[in-house]
Design a protein around this ligand. Structure first.
Ligand code: DX5
Ligand code: ZN
Length: 219
């Protein structure tokens, strides 16, 4: 089994203190930093752009796991790569040509992530899986933190594990949305090896980030 990694989403952080929040997460043992980029068009919410990511990179050396919820995404890939994204995750519905967008991320020497919304099927990305480093399974409809986990996506994770084995592939499986101390176990058992969490990490146990990261990691 792959090592379980925790990718805290800074969507639930104090936006007036983002640099310090990232330092705290990395000191508390986070494996990467999940950055939710939203455009008010692909999803009904707005967050941050490349200059913010560029400045935040100074606060930690752990990888930045950048989840792009923007459409059309292709023309922005380079800006996020240059800003310091280490993993660039896109949604297949947000590009006219998934192959070209995957190639672009690879050419920029970044890890390729592709994300499936709760209703999106594996068919959308299956033929590209050999070129993908990470599949991000959304367990809420993207747009906001603090939503309720949708357990039906666990089946999709199990199916991905089977495909990965049968094709002898290596991609990571990350899950994002509504992760808490109860369903983290279910997600890991289904086959997810990277857990994204915003609300649980920042708000549970009076905001004890280290405790919350450790609890999510242990099953
Ligand atoms: C939702 C984002 C998630 C979200 C996770 O669109 O992609 O990363 O912030 O936050 P919680 O853990 O609060 O669901
Ligand atoms: Zn996300």
């Amino acid at each position: 089994m792959k090592k379980i990694q925790i990718s805290p989403s800074i969507l639930s952080a104090d936006f007036s203190q983002l640099g310090n929040e990232i330092k705290k997460l990395s000191d508390a043992g986070a494996d990467m930093i999940h950055v939710d980029v939203m455009d008010g068009h692909f999803v009904p919410n707005l967050t941050i752009g490349p200059p913010v990511i560029k400045d935040l990179k100074k606060y930690s050396s752990i990888p930045f796991d950048v989840h792009l919820m923007i459409s059309p995404v292709h023309k922005y890939i380079e800006a996020y790569a240059k800003a310091g994204a280490d993993i660039i995750t896109i949604h297949p519905e947000a590009t006219n040509n998934l192959q070209e967008s995957i190639d672009k991320i690879s050419e920029l020497n970044k890890k390729v992530g592709v994300s499936l919304n709760p209703k999106s099927k594996i068919d959308l990305i299956e033929k590209y899986l050999n070129q993908i480093d990470l599949v991000l399974i959304m367990s809420v409809n993207p747009g906001f933190g603090g939503q309720k986990f949708m357990p039906e996506v666990l089946e999709k994770i199990k199916k991905l594990v089977q495909i990965r084995e049968s094709k002898n592939l290596k991609f990571d499986i990350e899950i994002d949305g509504g992760i808490n101390f109860d369903n983290s176990k279910l997600a890991i058992e289904a086959g997810a090896n990277i857990l994204v969490s915003g609300t649980t990490i920042f708000k549970s146990n009076d905001g004890n980030i280290k405790k919350n990261i450790d609890l999510l990691r242990s099953i």
